[in-house]
Design a protein. Structure first.
Length: 141
């Protein structure tokens, strides 16, 4: 069974993610602050961190960067991070922070499950809904 840590100061978002993900193969652990998330990751036993971009005084980007920093010198085990972004412009920040995957809100339950499964398989996941549609002009068949 995989343990997924959900980090958000919004009870409704935590409840939404729990309802979407929890089941026979996934156990959900929840925290409301970035500091609590880091403490929980340091304790070990977390297979994936799913964090909101905006979390109180320490947001998802800072949480991700601190996890990566602690991993770099062996203070914490390597844990994949899925960032929940508020806008398309945050994609750059997710990549810069070292997130293994990201989703742009509003959340789609199917995409949330796809992203979590991918990260639990040690893959990456990039939500492509942030990309503009491709327009082809002058193509004939």
């Amino acid at each position: 069974m995989a343990t997924v840590l959900v980090v958000s100061d919004l009870p409704a978002l935590r409840a939404e993610l729990r309802a979407t993900l929890e089941g026979p193969e996934i156990e959900i652990d929840e925290v409301e602050t970035g500091r609590a998330a880091l403490d929980r990751v340091r304790e070990g036993g977390i297979d994936l961190v799913v964090t909101d971009m905006q979390v109180g005084s320490m947001g998802g980007m800072a949480i991700t960067m601190e996890i990566r920093n602690e991993e770099s010198y062996g203070a914490a085990e390597s844990v994949p991070v899925l960032l929940l972004l508020d806008r398309r412009a945050d994609v750059f920040l997710a990549r810069r922070a070292g997130a293994d995957g990201f989703l742009v809100k509003p959340l789609n339950p199917r995409r949330v499950r796809e992203a979590v499964r991918a990260l639990l398989r040690d893959e990456t996941y990039e939500d492509d809904s942030w990309r503009p549609a491709t327009v082809r002009v002058g193509t004939s068949e």
